[in-house]
Design a protein around this ligand. Structure first.
Ligand code: ZN
Length: 69
């Protein structure tokens, strides 16, 4: 089953993911969740696709902005 999370529709300050709060994206001005994946540049995820698999959950950002540090 695939679910789509559209963070642009959530108000600022909403806890959308574990540890992820909705903020206004400094790059495009829409709402999104800030992520800091490993050593990569932080990104602001606007739309995310999640799929429940037998061995866990896979999430794929389908719409996000890379943020310069
Ligand atoms: Zn953005």
């Amino acid at each position: 089953m695939i679910t789509i999370d559209d963070f642009t529709r959530m108000p600022e300050g909403t806890i959308a993911t574990p540890g992820g709060r909705v903020v206004r994206c400094p790059a495009c001005g829409r709402n999104g969740v800030l992520e800091h994946p490993g050593n990569d540049a932080p990104r602001c995820v606007h739309v995310e696709e999640s799929e429940i698999l037998c061995d866990g959950m896979r999430t794929d950002p389908t719409d996000c902005c890379e943020l310069a540090q």
